[in-house]
Structures are given as structure tokens and as C-alpha cells.
Design a protein around this ligand. Structure first.
Ligand code: ADP
Ligand code: MG
Length: 260
């Protein structure tokens, strides 16, 4: 039987008008893996996530998610697949007019679940999973700390129990403690629920501690895609600059010593 991957990109090219974004990007991610995607601002990371979820269509190439090809004009099918994919976008993580409960319940109501008791059960279960309590559920996003908003957004992303979780810079804007707590939470949930993760991040600790694979976007290409220790050995200038400055050196020293 042919092996199926959680995410499979083959020769993806993306243009916005004349502007080249992605040039011949291919990779495969196995079920249950966590991919950390890095690249300069504007290198096309978010666009790649949007293509994986079917919100954007590559100009060329093919893309399979959870074993199914993503095609143009597949409204119903795409919607169905989106239910197997949880997304935490970088900004606008939550609807500001809705309280936390209704934010987390939103995807359930969108798939026409209308049993309020069931909705309530599912929401409170997910709230507990991400370390929020019942009182938090009554608050608006603006009444929560940044870390709590991210947790609530994660609860919403997980409410339909997705097989694939897409995260766009989930710890950006968090202080180091909140960021570390978020990473611990993500690790726990990943162990429990066993989903696949594609995460855009610049957080060196996350790349070291959480990501089984690291992908680097630079010069429109995927210049590295491998385990972190292999990526560290890549001599592309962006990789050198990003992973071999003083701060990165400190964070990765144990790893490089271990594999040197
Ligand atoms: N819908 C769009 N239409 C036109 N240009 C876009 C669109 N989305 C993104 N871009 C452009 O594509 C490039 C890559 O954007 P993005 O994927 O957001 O990069 P990153 O997430 O790596 O910072 C940027 O130059 C951005 O302005
Ligand atoms: Mg982005």
C-alpha cells in the first residue's frame, strides 16, 4: 500500500501577478510530525499555510493534505477538509465581539452542530485542556492576557479534533514565560492527541525542543528541510545568519555538541 503523508507538496510555484513567491517547493511531512517553518518576513510562509488549507491556490504544482489532493474550486470538499485542519492565524486570533465560549464554539456551530448541551460540553473540555477555566469563558478576548488569548485560540483550533494543526507564529508577542507555557501545552496536547503540526516560528527554543523537522524558506525556495541538526549544517547564507548568530549558538550548543 502506498504510504500517505499528512502534507505533501510537489513542485509548488506561486506567483502574485508578476511577483514570484515560491519556486519549486516540495516536501513531505509524515503523520504526527511537527514542522517548524522559518524564513525572512515576506518569504511566503503564511502564503504556504494558506495554500495548505486551500485558501490560496498555487500557480503550479500539486498539494496533498491528509492524503487528499487540494484542487481548485472544491467548495464543499475544501470545507470538509478544513474541518480536519485546525488553524491559528498570526493576528486576529479571536473574534473580539464574542466572548471566549462563543469563540471556541464557533467552528462547531459552523458545521451545524446545534445541540447546545453538546457544544457546552465540548467547549468546557477544550477550555480545561488549554488551562483556562469556566470564568474565562464569559470574558471577551480584550479582557484576557496575550497568553490566555493564544490558549483560547488554540482551544478553538482544536475543537473539531483536527488531524492537522497549522500555527502562524503562535508565540509572537508573548513574553518568555507565557511563550514557554504555550510550548509546554502544545507538547502535551501533541502527545495526547497525536495531530500533525505545521508551525511558522522564529522561536529558537521551539525549533530545538518541539520541531521534529525544520524547513527554511529563502530566495523563494525551500533551502533546507530536515531535522534541526542537519539544517544547522546547511551553508545557505540565511541559515548561517539565522541559526549561527551568538544567541542561536548558545541555544543550540548542546545540540551541536551532541551531534558533532
Ligand atoms: N493575496 C495576496 N496578493 C498579493 N500579494 C500577496 C498576497 N498575500 C501575500 N502577498 C505577498 O506575498 C509575499 C509573501 O507574503 P507572506 O506569505 O505573508 O510572507 P511571510 O508570511 O513569510 O512574511 C509578500 O510580498 C506579500 O506582500
Ligand atoms: Mg506571515
Amino acid at each position: 500500500m502506498k504510504k500517505s503523508y499528512a502534507v505533501e507538496l510537489e513542485h509548488i510555484w506561486t506567483y502574485f501577478g508578476e511577483q514570484l513567491i515560491h519556486q519549486d517547493i516540495s516536501f513531505r511531512l509524515e503523520n504526527g510530525e511537527i514542522l517548524g517553518l522559518v524564513g525572512a518576513s515576506g518569504s511566503g510562509k503564511t502564503t504556504l499555510l494558506r495554500e495548505i488549507i486551500g485558501l490560496e491556490t498555487p500557480s503550479r504544482g500539486s498539494l496533498k493534505v491528509l492524503g487528499e489532493p487540494i484542487q481548485e474550486a472544491c467548495a464543499t470538499e475544501c470545507r470538509e477538509r478544513r474541518n480536519h485542519t485546525g488553524v491559528l492565524f498570526q493576528n486576529g486570533a479571536l473574534f473580539s465581539a464574542l466572548n471566549i465560549f462563543d469563540n471556541i464554539a464557533f467552528p462547531l456551530r459552523e458545521v451545524d452542530i446545534d445541540d447546545e448541551e453538546l457544544i457546552s460540553q465540548m467547549v468546557y473540555m477544550k477550555l480545561a485542556m488549554v488551562g483556562l477555566n469556566a470564568r474565562d469563558a464569559t470574558l471577551k478576548p480584550s479582557e484576557l492576557s496575550g497568553g490566555m488569548v493564544k490558549r483560547a485560540a488554540l482551544a478553538r483550533a482544536l475543537i473539531l479534533e483536527p488531524e492537522l494543526l497549522l500555527l502562524d507564529e503562535p508565540t509572537s508577542g508573548l513574553d518568555p514565560l507565557a511563550s514557554e507555557a504555550f510550548v509546554t501545552l502544545l507538547r502535551q496536547l501533541h502527545q495526547e492527541l497525536d495531530f500533525t503540526v505545521v508551525m511558522i516560528t522564529h522561536d529558537l527554543d521551539i525549533l530545538r525542543d518541539l520541531c521534529l523537522k525544520v524547513g527554511v524558506l529563502a530566495d523563494h525556495r525551500l533551502v533546507a528541510f530536515d531535522t534541526l541538526d542537519k539544517v544547522l549544517a546547511c551553508d545557505h547564507p540565511f541559515v548561517q545568519e539565522f541559526f549561527h548568530n551568538n544567541r542561536a549558538q548558545r541555544i543550540f550548543s548542546s545540540l551541536e555538541a551532541g551531534h558533532g
